[in-house]
Each structure stands twice: as structure tokens, then as C-alpha cells.
Design a protein around this ligand. Structure first.
Ligand SMILES: Cc1cc2nc3c(=O)[nH]c(=O)nc-3n(C[C@H](O)[C@H](O)[C@H](O)COP(=O)(O)OP(=O)(O)OC[C@H]3O[C@@H](n4cnc5c(N)ncnc54)[C@H](O)[C@@H]3O)c2cc1C
Length: 592
């Protein structure tokens, strides 16, 4: 059976030696000293390992069941949910005005990674609630906030996000769910939504559905869409639960992974709904939820890669097969542990260098969100908006790849059920698909984000990389192993951007054919930058005579591996991009 150990040392290293959180000046960060973050992360890590992780395989085996309209979650989910709720973990970064603890998003993201590593399906129930909370918090009226948020922050009520319909997933302009205005200012919502995560379950007392629907007079396409709150139970003016609304779960989806999370068909049969924000401006409101959810899904990819790697490492240290060709390492045993073999080490280092680099990238992204919101920093807002599709696309693409690499490390034991690695592969796979497929993330990056602010934001990113390189070029070790490869990768990224500028206008397919490669190229440069920053921090600790030299030496060796073996992928991505639309578009549809 797999296990999960919280990456405590790595978390503290990132927060205090790489990001140096208390020195950033971001409001609220002054409280994040080592003792404080240590106490929160240690406690959360314990819950992850001792409460959530043991339920991961249970949830996978049992799945959810639907009987007479009631969805039951797997054994143990309800008591774990209550434990988290009572501990205040669900409102960690929520607004204190509504009962939250007001902690930075960075800290709640670090906690979130651990919970997802331990049990992704379980964590989705509260993840969706958080997204719904954010949409109401940002776009809801004061009355709506007062009515819904305190119970959602507490976890007593949960939330969902209802976009997808049988005939429309990516193309939301095709939505058919209708909203008819009523005399009392409410709307009657009619339609069917599919694949709604946490749509119905037995964990919370009420479920607050956020639903996209079309009200009269909005016009065609996404312009006509509005966002509505549709509670499972109507909430009375005094806050008590009233009548059951006309919304029901019409079926549960059979699926490849995340069996512990209920994926529901939701039928709205003239259900009472309440407009959130402005009429016909629902997409804007939903984007608040979707952007946050995209970062959350990026964390899911990383978290599954992380737990898969941990278990692959444990296996590689124990499994005895073959001998080290350069000399026996385990003379008393029948064979050496497989970790001696270069090819096994390659797989493990691909995993380790992604997980640690990806964690740094995710923390940096979460810090930018805090900087944007807490310090009202428009540049940070623009930068995180640019990086959001990269975080979602790259961390889930490589996170899934990492689970497969971990599976390979275990050989046949990775394919069979007993070791539990195959569950990580199955669970991680959805992260590349929902919240906008990774293909759509890459279109968002190339089609919208690159040009945002007239290209100033992407230039600011390049400047950030350039400045870091310049400031540290005097350090010869850093220069050879880290800064030179980063410089070369960053040049590839700039050349790709230039190619799009020169050729995308002539023929948009020149840009769209290379968008996925561009997203991966961008992700590699971000991880290259993270590794260079981590290497600098590790060297500083070693120079200062740290008593934990092994940790920092391991960081440097892992970083060098990434720069030498992963970062050169940028050249391949660039070559593909520069080949343009022709290789992709040459075949007529009938020629496939
Ligand atoms: C387990 C699970 C949970 C989910 N949870 C939720 C939820 O809670 N709420 C919710 O609303 N939805 C949810 N979804 C739906 C999910 O967000 C969609 O599946 C996803 O957005 C993709 O839509 P689709 O499946 O209809 O694919 P389609 O839109 O049919 O796309 C099919 C393929 O075509 C590509 N494609 C489509 N259009 C374009 C284009 N213009 N250019 C290039 N490529 C294109 C896509 O990238 C994809 O590869 C969930 C889905 C699953 C499987």
C-alpha cells in the first residue's frame, strides 16, 4: 500500500530561503515566520498522512453510489470531512469577515498540495466549495455574501461549478440551460448539466450550485450567459434551510479515476436561482472561479506526481534486482537495490526534479496572487494571469508524466493494484482535461495572454529572467550549471514568441499549431528559473556552513540534472513551433 510523507523540509526551504516570504512586504506575510508556517504545515501534513491518505484506496475501490437521488460517499469520507471542518481547514485563506482565517493563499496552497497528494478525490469536495466561495465573494451582493459565505467557509455547506452540458464543454457559447425571470427577482433555471464534480453527496447540509444559464435578451454565444446561485435547499431569510429546490442528481458517471468524488448529471427542473453579478456578464464572474480552479488543478497534477515519486523512491531503495555494473553495492544480499542502475536513477531524477521545481513554481504563482490581491499590485496580477495557463498546463502534463514514470520504476508492481501507484496515474489523468483541456490552456496562452498589455507582461517576464542571470553571473558554479542553460532556454522562448509575432498574423494556424509546444517551452523556462533560484539559496546555505549539507547538496545535484537533462527540451519545442502550420495542416481531414 502506498504512503504519504509531507515534504516539510522542502516547504520550509521554499518559503524561507528561496521566496523569503517575511521580507516581501506583502501584507500578512510578516506573520509567516518559520515557527508559524512550521506549525501549520506540520499539523496539515499529519492530517494528510494519517486521516486522508488511508482513505485514498478506500475511495478508489468503493466509489460513490446513487440511490433514490441520494449520493453516498465512500466509508470514512464523512468523518474525515467533519474533522477538517471542525479544525477550520476549509476556511484557511477565506475572508475573516465571513469566518475565515484570512491566511495568505500561498499557505493554503501549500496545505492544499498535501491534502491532494494524500487524497485527490476527497479534496475536490472542498476545492469546489472554495471556488464557489471566491465567485460569490468577488461578484455576489452583500446580502448573498452574508447568506451563503459563512456556512461555505465553515464547510457546513459545499459548492459546485456547473458549466458543462451534453453538447458543450469547451464551447460554452452553446449553453442551452435557460433562466426565466420571475416577479420576485429570482429566476427559474431549467436544463441539464453533466460531469458536475461534487454535484450531490452526503458530506454537507446544503450544496450551493453555481450555474451558467441563458436569460432572455442576452444575445448569441457567451455574451448571453449569466451566473446563478441555485441552492439545493432554499435558504430562508433567517438563514435556516427551507424547501428542497428543483435540482437533482440524475446519474453518476463511471470513470477512469477519482472514484471517491461524485461526478454527477445535474437536472434543473425550474429550480429557483439567484443572479450573481450583472445579467449577461456571467462569464466574467465564472472566470474568477475558473482561474482559481486552474491553479488548483495545476496543484493536483503536481501533488499526484509528488506522492507517486515518493512511493517509487521507496520501492527503488528496497527492490533487489541485478548488480551495479561498477561494483557490488549490497554484497550480503542476492542483488543490489535497483536505485543503483543508471536507467532507474534517470526515471527517479526526472520525477524528483519536476516535483521540486514544480512545487517552487506553484509557490511562486500563489505568492503572485497574494501580491496582486493583498498588495493590489497590478504587475503581479498581469504576470499571474500570463502564467495561469502555464501552471495549469505544464504542471498537469508533467505531473501525469511523473506518475507514469513512477509506475515504470515499479515495473510490474506499478501496473498491478497492490502497490497503489496505478491509482495515481488514473487520478492524475483528469487534470489534463478538466478546467479547460491543456490544449485550450495553450490557446489561451498564445491567443490572449501573450498579447496582453500590448506584450508588456511577457516582456516583464523576460526581464525578470534576464535580471536574475545578470545579478548572479559572478558566481562561476551557478553560471555554468544553471545560468547559461537558463539563458539559452529563455532565448528559445523569445524566439518562439517572435515567430508567432512574425507569422501568426499571416496565418493564425502558424501560431495555433505551435501553441502546445509553446506552453511546455514556457513551463520549462519557469522551472529553469526556479531551479536557478533554488540553487542560489542552496549554495548560500552551504556557504554559511549549514548543518544539513546533505539536503542542499541534493538540491544542487537535482537542479543540475534538470538543467542538463530536461531544459534542453526547449530547443525541440522551438524547432516544432518554427516548422509552422504546414506539417500539421497538410493532410486534408479525409486523408487521416
Ligand atoms: C471527471 C470530470 C469532472 C468534471 N467536473 C466538471 C465540473 O465540476 N463542472 C463542469 O462544468 N464541468 C466539469 N467537467 C467537464 C470538463 O471541464 C470538460 O470535460 C472539459 O472542459 C472539456 O470539454 P469536453 O469534454 O466537452 O471536450 P470538447 O469541448 O468536446 O473537446 C474535445 C477535444 O477537442 C479540443 N478542442 C475543442 N475545441 C477546440 C478549439 N476551439 N481549438 C482546439 N481544440 C479544441 C479539446 O481540447 C479536446 O481535446 C468535468 C469532466 C470530467 C471528466
Amino acid at each position: 500500500m502506498p504512503s504519504y510523507t509531507a515534504p516539510f523540509k522542502d516547504q520550509q526551504f521554499l518559503l524561507h530561503e528561496v521566496l523569503k516570504v517575511t521580507e516581501t512586504g506583502i501584507p500578512g506575510y510578516d506573520e509567516l515566520d518559520r515557527d508559524f508556517t512550521g506549525a501549520v504545515l506540520e499539523e496539515a501534513g499529519k492530517i494528510a498522512s494519517e486521516v486522508l491518505q488511508p482513505l485514498n484506496a478506500v475511495g478508489d475501490r468503493q466509489g460513490c453510489t446513487l440511490e433514490n437521488g441520494v449520493v453516498r460517499t465512500p466509508d470514512g469520507f464523512k468523518s474525515a470531512y467533519d474533522q477538517l471542518r471542525e479544525g477550520g481547514w476549509m476556511g484557511l485563506d477565506a475572508d475573516p469577515e465571513y469566518g475565515g482565517q484570512g491566511m495568505p493563499f500561498l499557505l493554503s496552497s501549500a496545505v492544499g498540495e498535501m491534502f491532494v497528494s494524500a487524497n485527490m478525490a476527497f479534496n475536490m469536495y472542498q476545492g469546489l466549495t472554495h471556488g464557489a466561495y471566491s465567485a460569490i465573494h468577488t461578484h455576489g451582493s452583500d446580502e448573498q455574501k452574508a447568506m451563503y459565505l459563512p456556512n461555505m467557509v465553515e464547510g457546513r455547506w459545499s459548492g459546485t461549478m456547473n458549466l458543462t452540458e451534453p453538447h458543450c464543454g469547451t464551447d460554452l457559447g452553446l449553453i442551452r440551460t435557460k433562466a426565466e425571470p420571475q416577479d420576485d427577482g429570482s429566476y427559474l433555471i431549467t436544463g441539464s448539466k453533466i460531469w458536475i464534480s461534487a454535484g450531490e453527496h452526503d458530506l454537507s447540509e446544503n450544496i450551493i450550485h453555481l450555474v451558467l444559464a441563458k436569460a432572455p435578451g442576452g444575445g448569441e454565444g457567451t455574451k448571453g450567459i449569466s451566473l446563478f446561485i441555485v441552492p439545493k435547499f432554499i435558504v430562508n431569510d433567517d438563514g435556516s434551510l427551507g424547501d428542497r429546490n428543483a435540482v437533482s442528481c440524475g446519474g453518476l458517471e463511471e470513470k477512469m479515476g477519482i472514484h471517491g468524488n461524485a461526478t454527477c448529471v445535474m437536472n434543473y427542473d425550474g429550480a429557483k436561482g439567484f443572479l450573481v453579478g450583472e445579467l449577461h456578464k456571467g462569464m466574467r464572474a465564472m472566470f474568477t472561479m475558473m482561474n482559481e480552479a486552474r491553479l488548483g488543478v495545476g496543484v493536483q497534477g503536481l501533488a499526484q506526481g509528488s506522492v507517486a515519486y515518493q512511493n517509487a523512491l521507496g520501492f527503488a531503495q528496497d527492490r533487489l534486482q541485478g548488480r551495479d555494473v561498477t561494483g557490488v553495492k549490497n554484497p550480503d544480499g542476492p542483488a543490489d537495490p535497483i536505485i543503483v542502475h543508471p536507467d532507474v536513477r534517470r526515471g527517479l531524477l526526472d520525477q524528483k526534479s519536476f516535483v521540486e521545481g514544480g512545487r517552487a513554481f506553484m509557490y511562486w504563482g500563489a505568492m503572485l496572487i497574494d501580491q496582486a490581491h493583498r498588495a493590489e499590485d497590478a504587475d503581479a496580477e498581469a504576470l499571474i494571469s500570463l502564467l495561469t495557463p502555464v501552471i495549469k498546463g505544464f504542471l498537469t502534463d508533467k505531473g501525469f508524466e511523473t506518475t507514469v514514470l513512477a509506475q515504470q520504476t515499479l515495473g510490474g508492481s506499478g501496473f498491478t493494484r497492490e502497490w497503489g501507484i496505478e491509482q495515481f496515474v488514473r487520478d492524475a489523468r483528469i487534470t489534463m482535461i478538466y478546467e479547460g483541456t491543456n490544449g485550450i490552456q495553450s490557446l489561451d496562452l498564445v491567443g490572449r495572454k501573450l498579447a496582453q498589455n500590448g506584450g508588456k507582461t511577457v516582456m516583464a517576464f523576460f526581464d525578470l529572467v534576464k535580471t536574475f542571470i545578470k545579478e548572479n553571473e559572478g558566481d562561476a558554479d551557478l553560471k555554468d550549471g544553471f545560468l547559461d542553460p537558463l539563458k539559452s532556454a529563455s532565448k528559445d522562448l523569445q524566439a518562439a514568441g517572435m515567430y508567432f509575432m512574425q507569422n501568426g498574423m499571416k496565418n493564425p494556424n502558424n501560431a495555433l499549431s505551435g501553441s502546445y509546444d509553446f506552453m511546455l517551452l514556457f513551463g520549462h523556462v519557469c522551472l529553469g528559473l526556479m531551479w536557478a533560484r533554488m540553487a542560489k539559496a542552496a549554495r548560500a546555505a552551504l556557504d554559511a556552513g549549514s548543518s544539513d549539507a546533505a539536503f542542499y547538496e541534493s538540491k544542487l545535484a537535482t537542479g543540475r540534472y534538470y538543467m542538463a537533462r530536461q531544459l534542453p527540451a526547449t530547443a525541440t519545442h522551438l524547432a516544432r513551433i518554427q516548422s509552422g502550420a504546414d506539417p500539421v495542416m497538410a493532410l486534408d481531414a479525409s486523408g487521416f
